[in-house]
Design a protein around this ligand. Structure first.
Ligand code: HEM
Length: 447
């Protein structure tokens, strides 16, 4: 007999789906108050998942990685990213692909990108004018897109670069609201009837992006002797233990995956950081004092090691995790988690939000308090903005470096203020959660 999922939400599955799409944080908050930190939801057309907000249970999931399929759980992303995406892989192919990609995003490699990140930030923010309001999320999106284009794709000029930039932005903007995002969750809306349907436009944009990426890969292959320092060149040179490299199909899907996973997420987190910092004058003062202590033209790697700046980024990621839950993990065989027995094929979704707002771990969780990260150490299942286990975010080191360098570059040059006093709300943007309205700010002076 099949075992019953624990603490099932009793509302109709279509109602749960609508609420999950429109307000996934309110949804989790309401039901965790009713059922506790492990409960089960059922989304019409998608299926049931066990939401896990208990760190011990999450630790059990992370430590038994091999017992779950996660790529299969990410199938909603397949039409966007293609079947060769790391996010959709499991088992041996996932391990192989991560091994090929990992070196490009860690250690010395990312240190080499630091100067470039500062330069990109300077160029983009130098267009800000005193007293002219701007939307900080749009500015951060420009920065993070440029970082991906230059550092990952190796493109900073030329025809292809000029075409790709607006195409990528327009493509991601097609899912910039809860309503437009719903096509990702409702397969019956995924009909490619050309530019007359939202999905048709999405697929058309994807084909145009693929064509440009294919042309870039082909050109790089003919110029193999002039190896660039960008991630694409490194990916093209990478080989597994059998001497096999990545195919063009894999390269294209991974580029789109990195763009999709790395661009929106970093831009959104940076916007929240600017928002939170500027609502807390004491934080901005402390930050500026810490940055000033490095003198003029500090080494980017010295910036990356500043403790208070690091704590500000950690606290921002605690309060505003970019996705409502980690990737779904599907049990391959029956197992026990947190004392409950589960059948094979049960889907688990560790909830970043529920963990990050636990009173017992983060007293006064709605308060922005970077100091908590200076005072206490959190384990890998108590603080999970980048997920965990074998699926931990591939770009976590690059993302954190980028956040710190962008914040430091801006705060040491400009004085900014929020252009509106009202509280900024969360809004779904595709699979992610972003500040509604993008956070309006204004430059009040230069430093
Ligand atoms: C602040 C920025 C970012 C946040 C908050 C973030 C968060 C996450 C999270 C929560 C996951 C799921 C992990 C899990 O389920 O255990 C993930 C996966 C992933 N992230 Fe990030 N990410 C960020 C930036 C980046 C960047 C810059 C890149 C690439 C350059 C990137 C590439 C990926 C990839 C490829 C995966 C899939 C890993 C796999 O399936 O093995 N992310 N990220």
């Amino acid at each position: 007999m099949l075992s019953q999922l624990p603490n099932c939400i009793t509302a109709p599955s279509w109602w749960q789906l609508i609420n999950w799409i429109a307000d996934p944080i309110g949804f989790q908050h309401r039901y965790s108050q009713k059922y506790g930190d492990i409960f089960s939801m059922r989304l019409a057309g998608i299926g049931s998942s066990v939401i896990v907000g208990n760190p011990q249970a999450i630790q059990e999931i992370f430590s038994q990685d091999a017992k779950f399929d996660t790529g299969r759980g990410n199938k909603l992303a397949e039409p966007l990213l293609g079947q060769n995406s790391l996010m959709l892989m499991d088992g041996v192919s996932h391990r192989r692909e991560r091994k090929l990609l990992m070196p490009s995003f860690h250690g010395e490699k990312i240190q080499a990108y630091a100067e470039q990140i500062c330069l990109i930030t300077e160029q983009i923010t130098s267009q800000w004018q005193i007293d002219q309001p701007f939307v900080v999320r749009s500015a951060m999106q420009k920065v993070s897109l440029e970082v991906i284009l230059q550092i990952v794709f190796g493109l900073s000029e030329g025809n292809r670069y000029q075409q790709l930039k607006p195409l990528l932005t327009a493509w991601l903007d097609m899912i910039d609201s809860p309503l437009r995002s719903s096509m990702l969750f409702l397969p019956f809306l995924q009909r490619d009837w050309g530019k007359w349907t939202p999905w048709g436009r999405m697929k058309q944009g994807q084909r145009q992006i693929y064509d440009l990426l294919q042309a870039e890969i082909a050109e790089k292959r003919t110029k193999a002797e002039q190896k660039g320092n960008d991630v694409l060149s490194l990916m093209m040179a990478a080989q597994d233990e059998n001497g096999q490299g990545m195919t063009d199909g894999e390269l294209k899907d991974e580029l789109l995956t990195i763009l999709f996973a790395g661009h929106e997420t970093t831009a959104t987190t940076l916007s929240w950081a600017f928002y939170l910092i500027h609502r807390h004058p004491d934080v901005i003062e402390k930050l500026q004092r810490e940055l000033d202590s490095l003198g003029s033209n500090p080494n980017p790697m010295a910036i990356a090691q500043l403790p208070y700046l690091t704590a500000v980024c950690q606290e921002t990621l605690r309060m505003y995790p970019v996705i409502p839950g980690l990737f779904p993990r599907i049990a391959k065989s029956p197992l026990t988690i947190a004392g409950y027995q589960f059948d094979a094929e049960t889907t688990f979704m560790p909830s970043i939000y529920l963990v990050h707002y636990r009173e017992d771990l983060y007293p006064n969780p709605k308060q922005f308090k970077p100091e908590r990260f200076l005072e206490q150490h959190y384990s890998l299942s108590e603080y999970i903005p980048f997920g965990g286990g074998s699926r931990r975010c591939l770009g976590y080191a690059l993302a954190q470096l980028e956040m710190k360098l962008v914040l430091a570059t801006v705060l040491s040059r400009y004085q900014l203020a929020l252009a509106e006093e009202k509280e900024v709300k969360l809004q779904r943007r595709g699979f992610t959660l972003a500040p509604a309205g993008g956070v309006r700010m204004v430059m009040t002076g230069k430093r």
